[in-house]
Ligand binder design. Structure first.
Ligand code: PBG
Length: 326
């Protein structure tokens, strides 16, 4: 037996940190925040323990709590006071995200990213304007090109409110170009765009749809979000966003799609983000609640794995808990 090579030599306590390949830092993490125009006090989100929807008046306090744990960036989602077929509260100057973002950026130094999408704002819960007849006919879907103009308006309204970065998440073809052009035309040429570039039609978004009240009223999102069966297609999708001017490339969800995170890391030079989504958070909490998993350990290992696969930044509901212990 030839034991010239003994990897265990480098596993003693003294040397392990020296040869560790991946390190997780609080500055890699982005914490999602839900602001709810229909709430006048904080409402816990049952399927996401430790998270809550907060009224606009509490948004600064919520962000300060996150910052105290060492997390310096947030992603803001909004639940509007009312919904309509056009999702018009999504770009209103006095909309829930716009009001919260202007308070947060006025009063804190936290870096504010906004989700640019329509599903929380449309009465049908889809991520854009519907084609005629879509409510009755399952072959019909979201009108891609009509939605682009709305996404541009939403992005500009977030930028005007003070957002530091916008993140279009609707998986419309051409959405990054539309958002980039609208921002540039409105004098926001320096505002970066993080594209939800490879976003899958995933069942792991379940708890988020409770949190942000954005479940589709009929049908599903398979006509615009990616098929979980496809990995090569992700490279094509991401390349299109790069050509359209995306600054940061996101893969979503994270853990079930680490092959895609690794491929995007390999193929492109841009910063890569991964979204460790609501279902990834909820399942670890549920198992921990039963005493089947050590929550702290699996949360840390999950985020470390996402970094090891090649992600530079991670959007995660574990941000506060993990950052606190780093
Ligand atoms: C909006 C959006 C969703 C998520 C982030 N932005 C919902 C969806 O696409 O259905 C999901 C995030 C999560 O599950 O944590 N389109």
């Amino acid at each position: 037996m030839d034991l010239t090579n003994r990897p265990r030599r480098l596993r003693t306590d003294g040397v392990r940190p020296l040869v560790s390949e991946t390190d997780l830092r609080a500055s890699d993490l982005v914490a999602p925040v839900f602001v709810d125009a229909t709430a006048d006090e904080r409402v816990p989100i049952e399927s996401m323990p430790g998270h809550e929807r907060v009224p606009v008046a509490e948004s600064v306090a919520r962000v300060r709590e996150i910052a105290e744990k060492g997390v310096e960036a947030v992603m803001v989602f909004g639940v509007p006071e009312s919904k309509d077929s056009e999702g018009s509260r999504a770009w209103a100057d006095d909309g829930v995200v716009q009001r919260a973002v202007s308070r947060i950026t006025d009063r804190t130094d936290v870096y504010v990213i906004t989700d640019v999408c329509m599903c929380e704002y449309t009465d049908h819960g889809h991520c854009g304007l519907l084609e005629d007849g879509a409510r009755e006919d399952p072959r019909m879907t979201v009108d891609n090109d009509a939605t682009l103009e709305a996404l541009g308006r939403i992005a500009v309204s977030h930028a005007d409110a003070g957002a530091d970065m916008v993140a279009p998440s609707g998986m419309m073809d051409g959405m990054v170009a539309a958002v980039r052009a609208a921002l540039d035309a409105a004098g926001h040429g320096n505002l970066p765009v993080m594209s939800y570039a490879a976003k899958y039609e995933s069942a792991f978004y379940g708890p988020f749809r409770d949190a942000a009240d954005g479940a589709p009223a009929f049908g599903d999102r398979r006509h615009y979000q990616m098929d979980p069966a496809n990995a090569r297609e992700a490279t094509r999708e991401v390349r299109l966003d790069v050509e359209q001017g995306a600054d940061v490339l996101m893969v979503k969800p994270a853990l079930p799609y680490l092959d895609v995170v690794a491929a995007v890391r390999r193929e492109f030079d841009h910063p890569v983000a991964a979204y460790n989504v609501s279902g990834e958070y909820a399942m670890l909490h549920a198992a921990a609640e039963k005493g089947w998993l050590d929550l702290e350990a699996v949360a840390h290992e999950s985020l470390l794995s996402i970094k090891r696969a090649g992600s530079d930044l991670i959007l995660t509901y574990f941000a506060e808990d993990v950052a606190e212990r780093l």
